[in-house]
Design a binder for this molecule. Sequence first.
Ligand code: KG4
Length: 344
Amino acid sequence: MKILAFESTCDETAVSVVEDGRKILSDEIFSQANLHAVYGGVVPEIASRCHVESIAILAQRALDSAGVTRKDLDAVAVSYAPGLIGAVLVGVNFAKSAAMALDLPLIPVHHIRGHIAANYLAYPELEPPFVCLAISGGNTLIADVRDYTDIRILGATRDDAAGECFDKAARVLGLPYPGGKPMDDLAQGGDDLKYHFPVAHIEGRPYDMSFSGLKTAVINLNHHAEQTGEKLDRSGLAASFAKAVSDSLVPRAMMAVRKCGYSRLAVAGGVAANSRIREDFRKAAEAEGVSLYIPPMKLCGDNAAMIGAQGYYEYLAGVRAGTDLNAYANMDISQDYRTLPVCR
Ligand code: KG4
């Protein structure tokens, strides 16, 4: 089954053709990061405009590079939540039009479910149940993936997402947007014990996380240094920061695997590209005999192949949308699309 998939929830416009949920036939991505870098973050209006300008071109490219025609397609999938509402609407409307014009079923896909499914593309042997830590620019959560479409949240951030925290810390240090990769590069060879950053714990909610205190600690450290003329060890700061984020994520995710009684742990989302976090997970999983799945860098960030992968399993579960499909800025990952109030 060949699915044409669309992703436009933030600042990547992406279109892909995926076969049977596991094989990428094409994966076209246009990143707008350079357009937003000058503002130090994503400007929603610019993101929406740019999606409008590029989505049709990418759709044609995705078909061409997959070597398929419109007639070869069996369904259309689109990420419909969560994200920047104007940006999500572009993908949803384009996908609705494509499905209608080609007379194909339309499959709505939750963006974070898509991130989790990036692991199905990278690891053909991976099947639920497993625990997944999803860490991106807008979301951070630990999920119990009981089945392909039965996903429950065990814990989530109470405030900032891990990626957002990386981006804000990078901005304080004068690094370009998006700041995760530059922070990662700066941390290489740095002393991770140079600065002590807080790792938040939430009473009675062992799987919940908080990153706003960490962000504030970096801002305060920088502010204090500016006022006193102290020269910061930037590499040590980046390494200590990465350690604090990793210390928030890795033990909690491992604890969730133990609690669920599983032997598999997946990590997903843009922050899964972080070298410190990857290495800490590798060590922890090895120590506990847990099989670890982290997608290759290209599948960590936003892409449409992951939407096509999850779309396949949503399709098998009977999930379909009509022309009344709406876009949503917020949506619980465990919510079944079929239980949403119909919007007309
Ligand atoms: O999943 P993603 O591409 O978009 C969202 O759905 O949000 O994640 C983007 C986030 C950004 O915050 C970016 O700074 C972060 O992923 N990121 C990283 C790294 N590469 C990207 N964070 C830490 N270390 C990295 N190497």
